[in-house]
Design a protein. Sequence first.
Length: 66
Amino acid sequence: MAYTKEELTEASRQIESTLHKLRETLKTLETKENPSRYKSQITLAKRRIEAFTLANALILRELENQ
């Protein structure tokens, strides 16, 4: 499926915004008094960060190829 440069740029911008929020959430969870209590949320946030980072890299690669 082909996407326009504008669609890819907007998708990348939205992913960057979500990544910023996820990183802030992760910092907050890791600095809580008892971070082991939030282990599943921390793991989920880390996995989402990895997935969004990968997705954004693919979008940026597609933008370079256009």
